[in-house]
Design a protein. Sequence first.
Length: 168
Amino acid sequence: INPTFSQSNNSTDRLSTVKFLCKQIYDEASGKKIPATVAWVPERKGHVSFIGWKSEYFNRSGWSPEKRCQKVTEQFQKFYDERRLDNLTHGFNNGYPVICAANQGEICNDDNQLFTLKLGSAPENVLQKIMDITENKSAEVLLQSSGEQLYVSVPKFLNKAPLISDKK
């Protein structure tokens, strides 16, 4: 049986549901631990990783990878708690490429933005890379498109993404 993840209205269920946190994970590419936005999935008794924060691009504006991890993780939790984290999508806000939490047909804006990407980034490619961490690159199960816009089902991601190991 595959567990399903719904954003329940029952407050007692909320205590045993998904919890987002900033956690140090092992990065194969660098051989070091890096901060990452991860989700604790109680039904799977483990963590899945959403984003590893390695880029130093935002350091000059005071946003170290650790600080970005903390802030973005807070946004994931806030949107989850408000039952607004059903889909991730991409777009532009204030001239910057962004990843946001939006329903199909919605565009990214100040109210749903999760995080900013560096100028020149193709946000749809970043969204695809987030999904590529799922087993066997099963992004086709997770990605829904509406024209040129991709929408990623967060509940399906939580169900399909491999659990991270605490080794190393």
